[in-house]
Design a protein. Structure first.
Length: 129
């Protein structure tokens, strides 16, 4: 009689560590007046910005007056971003119109990239009194 026996055994051990090093940092870095129409004036003592908010003050004298601000946004992070939300604070005064151009919600902003948004404040030309 013959008895055969074989045993195979192996042990697989996998170990390791990993780190993800990335930085998300999208912020407003500048605001400046780029165009003035009519008697519009910038209130420079009010016009300012933080990392996430642009604030400006304007004086509009007559229908059709307008002032345009260039707002520079930079992705200073190490990962690409998407400009998910752009919040515009409207005034309750229908004689004042705000328009935004240059950047749209959903636009990509790659790491290291700069974009410029234009915000125009206009005294509604349709206002007659």
């Amino acid at each position: 009689m013959v008895v055969g026996y074989a045993a195979f055994q192996s042990q697989l051990k996998i170990s390791g560590t990993s780190n993800i090093v990335s930085n998300f940092l999208v912020k407003i870095i500048n605001i400046e007046v780029s165009n003035i129409v009519g008697g519009a004036q910038d209130k420079s003592e009010v016009t300012t910005h933080t990392d996430t908010t642009a604030t400006f003050g304007t004086t509009l004298q007559s229908p059709g007056d307008s002032i345009t601000y260039n707002i520079t946004i930079e992705n200073q992070g190490t990962i690409d971003a998407v400009l998910k939300t752009i919040t515009k604070t409207d005034t309750s005064n229908s004689a004042i119109l705000f328009t935004i151009s240059g950047v749209n919600e959903g636009d990509p902003l790659n790491a290291g990239e700069l974009v410029t948004m234009q915000v125009t404040v206009t005294y509604n030309p349709a206002v007659t009194s």
